[in-house]
Design a protein. Structure first.
Length: 91
């Protein structure tokens, strides 16, 4: 959260408050059986793919609400529609 807040502040200082935010970060785990993915790897995938959206929203929504406008666009993976074997937790 601190890094995201700092990034948002940096952008605000240089470009003004955001009108649009695009969340497009993503990562996966090594192709392997689901029970072989350890918790640390799962936590990393979850943090990048899901929790980063939460932190970004918490950083920019107050700015957007204050101005009465703004758009957040979340990009998802094609893995949700065409899952690949061995990437169970990512898909």
């Amino acid at each position: 959260p601190a890094q995201i807040s700092a990034a948002v502040q940096h952008c605000c200082d240089h470009f003004g408050e955001p009108d649009v935010v695009v969340n497009n970060a993503g990562t996966t785990h090594r192709n392997q059986p689901m029970l072989e993915v350890d918790e640390a790897v799962f936590d990393r995938v979850f943090a990048v793919n899901v929790k980063s959206i939460y932190h970004m929203a918490r950083a920019v929504v107050p700015l957007m609400k204050q101005r009465g406008k703004g758009v957040i666009l979340n990009i998802g993976s094609v893995g949700s529609h065409r899952p690949r074997p061995g990437l169970t937790w990512y898909n």
